[in-house]
Design a protein around this ligand. Structure first.
Ligand code: XMP
Length: 510
């Protein structure tokens, strides 16, 4: 059994569901995120140690979904309502909720230090509220355990039934002791032990894979990215030489990337590793194509073709390893769904090839995947790699893709990344890379006129890659990268730095 105890995060929409689930796991308790319309019987049967109702910024007064979950408070399981979840609890228990925007900023709450939810905390706590509604009448059986200057119920409890509600957000850093409050819920109220550890997860997962796969053969489409690498290593540890990894080098990888991935896997693991050098095939198909979506489609289709050809040569294979991770499962709407975001699902391969899926990371968040990778002994440079799109440099090479442009891009990109790392900014900036534009301009080198490409540099800070801020890199770092690129890379005479955030720009240029 991988999870001895687990807590349910029942999601009523909004942006914080995954953050809450991660905070619970960081506290050492395994958490599961399910949509609000999950049948009550399913929830009851799962035997959760606690339930957290989340949701933001919906209004319970507008929304009929609250009626659905009346029984959620009657399972004899402790419940914590957060924000929408707090107001939902108030409504379900017969209280009143008023629709009026109140606190939007961090605010000081006067808390009841006798409450188990606030054990060990001082009387005044800075909290982050962002509510479009507030609880105006506290339900019978509850008492207020926090107030603010203009909110008489910022938190409430019915201790006898172990029901707790906070109008503020304990999962956000703006709530100074929010993590402590969540821990109090988990350990003081739900009696969790906190035994969710990566080492025991990895051990149990490896045994599960052995059980699932038995003596059959397994295939893995290895991209060299964090998820597929950790998944492959986990399966390698479980079934060793029954695993074949196919690494398709489409010629759109970064400098030395193909060799690095090959070396890592062939030197350290007892698996079959096939590197398909399909550079020419891909470049021929992409010749003259400028439309970004067409590029993606061509690459996706060609990838499947190459992969199928190689797999067919191998004969009897029963399973396909995929690096699907928990956010993909949550975003696809249901814990049970096998729907996978397009860039994680290798173009529908399992259906086409009649393969069963082995997804050893489907329960893990990204930071947990990295921890699992470290636990499995993957080197730090593999575990901390920044995201790299499946279509590779194709989406960083604007306009038609040529060998010349790709070579220039690879060199410029390697220099920029090296300078960021040399400046000690690598951990600080979440993604940084170069783009080769389709524009050439006039320059001068050693008194000779040049007409060369412009390279753009991109560096962003982000937590979820859905939004991103352009990184304020020190100018001397940019200057050094620029000087090095124009002097070391032939064919480049101009460098620009992208100072747009997402939105309105995207992180990649195509
Ligand atoms: P955008 O450009 O949409 O990128 O702001 C958000 C994140 O997704 C990565 N990305 C991709 N990853 N296939 C992938 O596997 C793709 O086609 C793709 N396009 C963008 C991008 O690098 C960033 O981390």
């Amino acid at each position: 059994m991988i999870h001895n105890e687990k807590v349910l995060v029942l999601d009523f929409g909004g942006q914080y569901n995954q953050l809450i689930a991660r905070r619970v796991r960081e506290a050492g308790v395994y958490s599961v995120v399910l949509p609000y319309n999950t049948p009550l019987e399913e929830i009851r049967a799962a035997g959760y140690k606690g339930i957290i109702l989340t949701g933001d910024p919906n209004k319970v007064n507008d929304d009929e979904s609250w009626q659905y979950t009346v029984g959620i408070l009657e399972l004899s399981v402790p419940v914590l309502g957060i924000c929408y979840g707090a107001r939902l609890m108030a409504r379900l228990c017969g209280g009143r909720v008023e629709s009026e925007g109140r606190e939007h900023l961090p605010i000081v709450a006067d808390i009841d230090i006798e409450s188990r939810l606030f054990k060990g905390l001082d009387k005044y706590q800075q909290c982050r509220m962002s509510d479009a509604e507030y609880v105006s009448d506290i339900p019978d059986g509850f008492k207020a355990i926090a107030t603010t200057s203009n909110c008489s119920c910022a938190a409430m409890e019915d201790e006898a039934h172990r029901l707790y509600a906070v109008q503020f957000h304990p999962e956000l850093m703006h709530t100074e002791n929010g993590i402590k409050m969540l821990k109090n819920f988990l350990f003081e109220i739900c009696d969790c032990r906190g035994d969710w550890e990566m080492s025991s997860f990895v051990q149990a997962a490896v045994e599960n894979i052995r059980g699932q796969i038995g003596g059959k053969r397994v295939l893995c489409a290895l991209s060299g990215g964090v998820d597929s690498s950790v998944a492959a290593v986990m399966v390698a540890k479980a079934v060793g030489s029954q695993l074949t990894c196919i690494f398709v080098d489409h010629g759109l990888l970064r400098k030395n990337e193909g060799d690095m991935v090959q070396k890592m896997f062939t030197e350290n693991y007892d698996i079959y590793f096939i590197r398909v050098n399909a550079q020419k095939r891909f470049l021929d198909k992409l010749a003259g194509v400028t439309d970004p979506e067409k590029k993606r489609k061509i690459i996706g289709e060609e990838f499947i073709r190459v992969f199928e050809e190689e797999a067919n040569k191998l004969g009897e294979i029963e399973y396909l390893v995929q690096g699907t991770i928990y956010p993909d499962i949550i975003e696809s709407g249901s814990d049970k769904s096998a729907v996978i975001k397009s860039h994680h699902n290798v173009g529908g391969l399992p259906e086409r090839m009649n393969l069963k899926l082995c997804e050893p990371l489907r329960d893990l968040f990204k930071d947990e995947v990295r921890r699992a990778g470290l636990e499995l002994g993957l080197p730090e440079y593999m575990v901390w790699r920044q995201p790299f799109p499946g279509p590779g440099l194709a989406v960083r090479c604007i306009g038609a893709i040529t060998v010349e442009k790709l070579d220039i891009l690879r060199e410029a990109d390697a220099i920029f990344r090296e300078e960021i790392e040399n400046a000690g900014l690598g951990q600080d900036i979440n993604q940084y890379f170069a783009i080769i534009t389709d524009m050439r301009s006039v320059g001068i080198t050693q008194n000779v006129r040049t007409y060369d490409y412009t390279i753009a540099l991109r560096a962003v800070k982000t937590t979820d890659f859905m939004t991103a801020e352009w990184a304020r890199i020190p100018l001397d770092v940019l200057a050094k990268a620029s000087n090095r690129i124009v002097s070391e890379v032939k064919g480049v005479n101009r460098i620009v730095y992208d100072i747009t955030s997402k939105p309105p720009a995207t992180i990649e240029w195509e």
